[in-house]
Unconditional design. Structure first.
Length: 218
């Protein structure tokens, strides 16, 4: 049973974290919001299906076991999205830290952005010292038009301008690692229950040895 549990856990962890890390790298490379909107629902669906396959008799659980099933169904998909997003954000920060160029810029405009049901937010448009607009916008909180600021610009133009100096991205990767640890704990429990279910099913369906008539003693 321990061997089967280990096999399930290693396989599910490889599939889950490999997919989440790969998705984060893909989002970092493409910088495409529409791809992000596609990736996140797919991660939710795959995480749910993985747990459903690992624990096939979820309707039979009672008490705290059923509570753990429900909690796993909620936390594992959320963890999948968090790992992907933090990996993506950490790669952005690391790329700017590695190749970004610090420049002085001027705030050309500060305006409100309608967030729909959420409260409106401030956004600021920047330009370099020559007056050339910089790609992307930054948070306009605390900024005024005409103010001089320090920004970090990606020379390749793949990542939007960042106000200030970028971090190494280590904080994002640390958050991703902690979240992945929580995910693995629930996957370990699901692997254990899945192994127990399969062994119990195999034992139940094993044919019993038949007794020949001549073996019967009178």
């Amino acid at each position: 049973m321990l061997g089967l549990t280990a096999l399930f856990l290693v396989g599910s962890t490889f599939v889950s974290l490999g997919l989440e890390g790969g998705s984060g790298i893909l989002l970092h490379v493409t910088q495409n919001i529409w791809l992000a909107l596609l990736v996140y629902p797919v991660l939710y669906l795959l995480s749910f299906l993985l747990l459903a396959l690992m624990v096939p008799h979820m309707e039979e659980f009672e008490g705290w076991s059923k509570g753990l099933v429900v909690l796993a169904m909620i936390l594992v998909p959320i963890a999948a999205v968090v790992v992907t997003y933090q990996t993506y954000s950490g790669l952005d920060q690391r790329a700017l830290h590695a190749r970004g160029r610090e420049e002085r810029a001027t705030v050309t405009d500060v305006y409100w952005v309608d967030q729909g049901a959420d409260p409106p937010s401030h956004a600021a448009q920047l330009a370099d010292l020559s007056g050339q607009p910089l790609p992307g916008t930054v948070s306009g909180d605390g900024l005024k038009a005409g103010q001089a600021v320090t920004v970090t610009v990606d020379p390749r133009g793949e990542i939007p301008v960042l106000l200030g100096t970028p971090s190494t991205g280590s904080g994002n990767f640390r958050t991703a690692g902690i979240t992945a640890g929580v995910e693995i704990l629930f996957l370990a429990w699901a692997a254990y229950r899945g192994a127990a279910d399969r062994l119990a099913t195999k034992t139940t369906h094993e044919p019993r040895p038949t007794q020949r008539p001549d073996d019967v003693r009178t």
